[in-house]
Design a protein around this ligand. Structure first.
Ligand code: UDP
Ligand code: MG
Length: 139
């Protein structure tokens, strides 16, 4: 398994607010190489499947609504220690708890609408990348 890659989504709130360029710039400036990239719109079935691990959580319905209300940017990123370093770059799930300078501190509105996704393990990074990209779309 490739262990120097992670998967991210710039979520609908970030796209709606016009933050695609600023967030991708910060990701690149932080040493991540973009190896796959697209603008896409998840269906309800897509979002339910992507977040299936959270299906018993009280916020699942709202999360699926939010993630399907507009397009997202999906990307695969490469860097040494990618999963952990990207989680550090995006900050805590709740922007109120996120460190200064993190993407969620800068761009997220709330714990629900938190601008960006980052994989939580190498295994999930591979699963989530394959969910959104064909092999020929990853470089
Ligand atoms: N979420 C939410 N309410 C919560 C916790 C999470 O709406 O109390 C949403 C939020 O968009 C979050 C996503 O569900 O990013 C997945 O939750 P997770 O705990 O995996 O957080 P993450 O890994 O994204 O930091
Ligand atoms: Mg998570």
């Amino acid at each position: 398994m490739v262990t120097n890659r992670t998967f991210t989504m710039l979520k609908p709130d970030a796209v709606e607010k016009g933050h695609i360029g600023a967030i991708l710039d910060k990701i690149s400036a932080s040493g991540f190489k973009v190896v796959a990239l697209k603008l896409t719109h998840m269906t309800t079935a897509d979002a339910k499947a992507f977040y299936a691990i959270h299906s018993e959580r009280p916020f699942y319905g709202e999360l699926v609504e939010y993630m399907t209300r507009g397009p997202i940017v999906a990307a695969v990123l490469e860097k040494d220690n990618a999963v952990e370093d990207f989680r550090t770059l995006i900050g805590a799930t709740n922007p109120a708890d996120a460190a200064e300078g993190t993407i969620r501190k800068l761009y997220a509105a709330s714990i629900g609408e938190n601008a960006v996704h980052g994989s939580d393990s190498d295994e999930n990074a591979a699963i989530e990348s394959a969910f959104h990209f064909a092999g020929r779309e990853m470089f």
